[in-house]
Write a protein of this length. Structure first.
Lengths: 751, 152
């Protein structure tokens, strides 16, 4: 998800979030002086209390707990769905705490927006590649505060001045007397001390963890021996598994159903019809003692659906309508100069249309959610990506207070945005099933699980898009005009973010990456059409609008470079005079990829090529060079991708590299295979056989280079994705002379 | 009632014969390290060993496992190759979301038992049935090479 970062504070209350005043960070003369938000740790009722530590534990603030055995527990306000947030947040705390990394553990924080809100959103949630960016000072401060209190406790115990005490790798030491103590020995005494109101953070030159390779992932062990617990794995006593039947068309209703055969399946306990909503399925769920029985029971249901109000267009019809819309002027998203005049007599015109399909997130763990309903309360266990939204919407559905909805954050088996649904679709479905079951007297915790087919057909896709681009160059090959029309559904319209994300008919996430084009061009116009009658549920998908805007803009600029008979790197570079960080990654990637040297030729009958793309997203800058080989029969593969990233201070360089590698693979899956299509409103794909993703045999070699920087850290979960597809398309053009403008790419190039 | 030997222990399971081994392991024996991803042998998240061979437990009925040794991710560390693969995975920090990695590791162990020094092509061919949506493939290749080296 890539949103909300623009949200003004005044608007945040619109989604029912109490806006707690937070003392602002103050820049002082002696380093950074911090006003710290500290409140007594009050959690949401019975279930959440189980997360609290033993009584003797030292909890200097909401983010750190030190046990008597010296274990440092970091409470992560952000979900770990693969992007290394747990490791990153813990690194920030451990750095300032001078903790022993091997003694640091991470737990998911409970739902509590006041304490655990994302400072970029004003509510609790993970997305927009903000986890480390918004936590950089907050988590370091939490660590520094805990450290100061441990030092004060030691000073008091030893009768020495705090200034004489040092801390290193979890050991507090008084050099002069040789006395030392572990964190655990001081924890109880430290807990009795007042919390310091000001702490000084380290000079970055003194970092021993941030920016190093000394922080292996905190979740590696549990994720390699089967012990890491995902929602799919979590159980409660007496829990039933629910598998639901959804309609095949979005918006269809249940007319009637026959559950005779379903109830005959051994292990099936009940069958319930559950209510849906304007943006989520209604359907019939089978509750059973195990997943197999529930899914067998579901498959045995006979349901009559009413499709009269359902969406019934096919992808081809949608795209044809989008093409028609692109003939007309749209809402203006960005404009300067006079494009009409500039296009009057261009020396060279570049024109291209781009098509993008719906894309499913297809996380390895299909959507699921565990719900336990009580009187006036609801407890949820989930790979929880958007606590505040889910808590609010679940409370509304149940007619209870949000504070009576607890959310326990488990590991998520991938998400790529899907688990932060703006309408809480699958979470509300789980709650609806539990409500319907309870009304039938089935009063048990219910774990709703979507099977793979349900997940693939579950909607909330990356929207289909159509882009039309026109570029004008003058006789000297200078880019003089840039005109784009984009057509696609709005993600933000109809959500709680609409009021601040959609302005004058332009959803900022529809045009991000195009409306703020980095290239110097004297005349620019970017327009948007937002059809509002397409009933396919849509959502952010790893890098959101950049998934399509980076492709069209970076392919268009490449076409312009070729038209101008200039080198694609040099052409871009010359147009980035106002964007030094774009230039920085472009220069680095060109150097590391050996751009100034000829590409090693292929074998007999093979054609090789390379292409480049550079793009900013989520305040990070990424450039990639892709190298490809095209075979005689037109088949091709991506051999190598060289990637340069500037994300400010590199907190965990190895995690950054991993996110670039993973983002490249994720983006390549979409470029080569990703496509959800509809026929008469029915999704045609179901599982990994027809919704193909990337497999290891298609994964290129990847090299990642990080620009050294002292800028504030920015995100890495998403920014590796956008440049990949255009870099590959540009490389395939370089090899073959054929431009690919439709995603996913054709399997074979014209021979 | 089926009697299965799982990670060296005998289990009496009161489940239908046609229940896939995956669900017996996860929902009945409560060994949840083996994951559901597709139910059709398409993704490999459910990979376990049956008499040392890597199989997809989501399409293997419980009846097919009777009288055979089932090994899951929870016990693979007791095996020399399994331990080396786990160690290599940790040294490289292969995992991201981690959901597919039990299956990846089980497939990698089976590969290294058959081929002590696999090439990249051998790895790609042996591991292409295991999907990683986080695309940790670069590190999977490297970790398998590391494990092979450490076992040599």
């Amino acid at each position: 998800m890539g949103i909300l970062k623009h949200a003004p504070a005044s608007e945040q209350a619109a989604v029912g979030v109490v806006n707690v005043s937070r003392r602002r960070f103050l820049q002082g003369s002696a380093g950074l002086v911090l006003g710290l938000y500290l409140a007594p740790l009050v959690l949401n009722g019975s279930r959440a209390e189980a997360q609290e530590g033993a009584e003797a534990d030292f909890e200097p603030n909401a983010f750190v707990r030190i046990a008597a055995d010296g274990t440092v527990v970091v409470l992560a306000k952000h979900l770990e769905m693969g992007q290394g947030t747990y490791t990153g947040l813990a690194t920030l705390v451990a750095e300032e705490l001078d903790a022993d990394w091997s003694r640091v553990r991470v737990e998911g924080a409970p739902a509590d927006a006041e304490r655990y809100k994302n400072l970029a959103f004003g509510m609790q949630g993970t997305g927009g590649s903000t986890a480390i960016a918004n936590s950089y000072e907050q988590m370091r401060t939490a660590g520094a505060t805990a450290r100061a209190m441990l030092v004060a406790a030691a000073a008091e115990r030893w009768g020495v001045s705090a200034e004489e005490i040092s801390v290193r790798q979890g050991v507090v030491r008084h050099e002069a007397s040789g006395r030392e103590a572990g964190f655990g020995e001081l924890a109880e005494a430290a807990a009795e001390l007042p919390v310091p109101q000001e702490v000084t953070l380290k000079d970055p030159e003194d970092f021993t963890l941030i920016g190093t390779l000394n922080t292996p992932r905190t979740d590696s062990a549990g994720k390699t021996d089967g012990s890491a617990i995902f929602t799919q794995d979590f159980t409660l006593p007496g829990m039933l598994v629910a598998v639901a039947a959804h309609p095949s068309r979005f918006g269809a209703r249940v007319v009637s159903f026959d559950d005779t055969k379903a109830r005959e399946v051994p292990g099936v306990v009940g069958v319930v019809q559950f209510a849906g909503g304007p943006r989520r399925f209604e359907g019939v769920a089978v509750l059973a003692e195990n997943t197999w029985a529930a899914s067998q029971g579901r498959d045995a249901l006979e349901i009559e659906w009413d499709d009269s109000q359902a969406f019934s267009l096919g992808s081809d019809e949608i795209m044809a309508r989008y093409r028609e819309l692109a003939e007309q002027e749209g809402a203006v998203a960005a404009q300067h100069g006079d494009v009409a005049a500039a296009f009057a007599e261009p020396a060279t015109l570049v024109e291209a249309d781009y098509e993008f399909p719906y894309l499913a997130h297809a996380a390895m763990e299909p959507m699921n959610c565990l719900v336990e309903l009580g009187d006036e309360r609801c407890d949820i266990w989930n790979g929880e990506q958007w606590q505040t939204m889910d808590q609010q919407l679940v409370a509304e559905l149940l007619g209870i207070a949000p504070e009576n909805v607890s959310l326990t954050q488990l590991y998520a088996g991938g998400s790529f945005g899907r688990r932060a649904n703006p309408h809480s679709d699958f979470v509300l479905e789980a709650v609806s099933i539990a409500m319907a079951a309870r009304e039938q007297g089935i009063d048990a915790p219910v774990k709703m699980v979507w099977m793979r087919e349900d997940d693939t057909r579950g909607g909330y896709y990356r929207p289909m898009n159509f882009h039309r681009g026109r570029l004008a160059l003058d006789a000297a090959g200078q880019l003089v005009a840039w005109h784009q029309r984009l057509v696609g559904q709005s993600i933000m319209t109809g959500t709680a973010m609409e009021s601040f994300m959609v302005e004058n008919g332009v959803d900022a996430t529809s045009v991000e990456g195009a409306a703020n084009l980095a290239y110097d061009v004297p005349n620019l116009q970017v327009e948007l059409h937002t059809p509002d009658d397409i009933g396919v549920p849509i959502q952010w998908w790893r890098s959101v609008g950049h998934t399509h805007t980076a492709f069209s803009t970076e392919c268009l600029i490449d076409e312009a470079a070729v038209a101008a008979e200039q080198d694609p790197v040099a052409f871009r570079r010359a147009l980035l005079s106002q964007h030094p960080r774009h230039r920085g990654v472009l220069d680095l990637v060109a150097e590391k990829a050996g751009w100034d040297q000829p590409l090693e030729p292929g074998g007999e009958g093979q054609r090789r090529g390379r292409g480049v793309a550079v793009h900013e997203s989520f305040n990070s800058f990424v450039a990639q060079v892709a190298e490809v080989t095209v075979e005689e029969d037109g088949s091709y593969r991506v051999d190598r991708v060289v990637c340069a990233v500037d994300c400010g201070v590199a907190v965990n360089p190895d995690v950054i590299a991993a996110q670039m590698e993973g983002g490249i693979g994720f983006a390549l899956a979409a470029a080569l295979h990703g496509e959800i299509t509809l026929e008469e409103g029915v999704v045609q794909q179901s599982n990994f056989n027809d919704y193909e993703v990337l497999r290891i045999n298609e994964m290129p070699a990847v090299e990642v280079h990080i620009v050294p920087s002292t800028e504030a850290p920015t995100g890495v979960g998403e920014p590796g994705v956008p440049p990949l597809a255009p870099a590959v398309a540009n490389a395939l053009f370089d090899a073959s002379g054929e431009r690919l403008r439709k995603m996913p790419f054709a399997r074979r190039l014209s021979v | 009632m089926a009697t299965l030997t799982i990670n060296g222990e005998s289990h009496q399971l009161d489940v239908p014969d046609n229940m896939p081994l995956l669900w017996a392991l996860r929902d009945v024996v409560k060994l949840t390290g083996t994951k559901y991803g597709c139910g059709m042998s398409l993704c490999g998240a459910c990979t376990v060993h049956l008499d040392g061979q890597a199989i997809r437990s989501c399409t293997t009925p419980v009846s097919a496992a009777v009288g055979k040794e089932v090994t899951t991710i929870e016990a693979i560390g007791e095996d020399r190759v399994g331990k080396a693969v786990q160690e290599a995975w940790r040294q490289r920090d292969v995992v991201q979301c981690g959901y597919c990695q039990s299956g990846q590791i089980m497939s990698a162990v089976a590969l290294l038992r058959d081929n002590a020094d696999p090439s990249d092509d051998d790895i790609d061919s042996a591991m292409s049935g295991n999907i990683c949506r986080c695309a940790t493939y670069v590190r999977i290749r490297a970790a398998i090479h590391d494990a092979a080296e450490n076992l040599a």
